[in-house]
Design a protein around this ligand. Structure first.
Ligand SMILES: [Zn+2]
Length: 447
């Protein structure tokens, strides 16, 4: 494991402060006190000894259980400092959180410093166009079109009010292209699958589109196909930003392509997978938030896998905090090979990326040896494409794998607005794949 990540003194001070306050004053963490080896131990060791915060814990203790005992949630709601927000998701996935706009904005501003384009362009009052599912952010209107002024909010323009991007008409996409030209955003923030859909249309119709200073991809994992399609319409820097409603901005991709930790605003604990499943560089992350007095998130399991950069340095020169070579997709996206090896979404996506002429895909593992690949493709030789796809999936999952290729006209998101690009239709408990002998950032054995 890399030994040379650097963390500021502030980082350790914030880590210690948050832990002290959480254990002594925040109800949700009261039962964690017994795990604390004590203040005489290094703060990393104390964190490692702690349990993991899950969405179930949030539901159980929400809301007052996440504030210090001297802070009243109703005061924050009355003063307008905080509000409650519900994250989109399935019944098991959805959760209500405490939203602190001021803290969120500060977390975002800090993340901009991790990318030189964002740092130059994003002033905090710059114009930003957003292409995201209105179920998550913006204004929903499925039955009638909302005029541009009804989709404005301070410095933002929401380009889409429809909950199913598969239903976009050419008129709607023409409107998006036109509005980008009128609004001229400095930053264009987009959900990659939705931006890719717009870009396929732009490329197919030979249209041109306003070029913003920076495209920020967020909300979901950007696939290789997404990137390829976006590149057909936009020739500007693209950065991927990683965060969650619970934790704010956690990692930002720099101009050199690696991901830097937003270490002013969060602590990240890394738990590697066992070597036979891609560890020790591949693992899950637990996020602890700093500086948010209204919501104490400690070792929150964000449900994502990441890959630690093996060199541990980046040519951009930024050296504070963890450095990742990649975000590897959601834990909910993992599948298994015939021999039971874990396959991250990124590994699957890189494997499928050699296919030509694929617009979208979704892979469902229906049994340990059964995989259904749903493809959207305009390629005429579907038979040849099916053969190629089957062969590369058998190379990944094992030659015994039974692969069915199904063609779709389009792939719609779930009602939550989220796509499941890949998933197993049987439970996979990620804990059983973790290598318990490693401690975050250190190669010594855990206590
Ligand atoms: Zn960098």
């Amino acid at each position: 494991m890399p030994q040379d990540w650097k963390f500021s003194d502030d980082y350790y001070r914030c880590s210690a402060n948050v832990l002290e306050i959480a254990l002594s004053q925040v109800a949700a963490y009261k039962s964690w006190q017994v795990f604390d080896p004590g203040r005489e131990y290094p703060v990393d060791t104390r964190y490692t000894a702690m349990p993991v915060l899950t969405k179930n814990d949030i539901r159980e203790h929400f809301p007052q259980g996440f504030l210090p005992s001297d802070r009243d949630v109703n005061c924050g709601l009355t003063s307008g400092e905080i509000e409650f927000v519900e994250t989109s998701g399935t019944v098991n996935d959805s959760v209500t959180n405490i939203w602190n706009q001021k803290w969120w904005d500060a977390s975002e501003r800090a993340s901009w410093r991790l990318n030189s384009h964002a740092n130059r362009i994003a002033t905090g009052n710059h114009r930003e166009a957003i292409l995201a599912n209105p179920v998550s952010v913006g204004f929903v209107s499925d039955n009638s079109d909302l005029p541009m002024e009804k989709r404005r909010l301070s410095r933002f323009l929401f380009l889409d009010e429809k909950t199913d991007p598969a239903s976009w008409s050419s008129e709607l996409m023409d409107r998006m292209i036109k509005e980008l030209g009128i609004f001229k955003p400095a930053v264009f923030e987009a959900k990659p699958s939705m931006l890719a859909r717009l870009c396929r249309y732009i490329a197919a119709c030979n249209k041109t589109v306003f070029q913003p200073g920076l495209i920020v991809l967020t909300y979901e994992y950007p696939t290789n196909f997404n990137y390829r399609q976006i590149r057909q319409a936009f020739d500007v820097p693209i950065a991927s930003s990683y965060g969650t409603t619970e934790t704010g901005y956690v990692f930002m991709q720099c101009e050199e392509g690696k991901f830097h930790q937003n270490s002013e605003f969060c602590r990240v604990d890394f738990q590697p997978l066992k070597s036979e499943h891609g560890g020790p560089f591949l693992g899950r992350i637990l996020v602890t938030t700093f500086n948010n007095p209204w919501y104490y998130m400690v070792r929150f399991d964000v449900g994502d896998l990441v890959r630690i950069d093996e060199i541990g340095r980046c040519s951009c020169g930024r050296d504070s905090g963890m450095i990742l070579s990649a975000i590897e997709g959601r834990v909910a996206n993992v599948t298994l090979t015939g021999t039971g090896r874990l396959v991250s979404l990124r590994e699957l996506d890189d494997t499928l990326s050699v296919l030509e002429g694929v617009d979208e895909y979704r892979l469902e593992q229906v049994a340990i040896d059964g995989y259904n690949l749903h493809l959207v493709s305009r390629r005429p030789d579907k038979h040849g494409l099916s053969e190629e796809a089957s062969e590369i999936l058998k190379r990944l999952y094992g030659k015994e794998a039974k692969v069915s290729v199904v063609y779709e006209d389009t792939i719609s998101p779930e009602s939550s607005g989220k796509y499941h690009i890949s998933r197993a239709l049987f439970p996979i408990e990620i804990e059983t794949y973790l290598d318990k002998t490693y401690v975050f950032g250190k190669s010594h054995r855990s206590v």
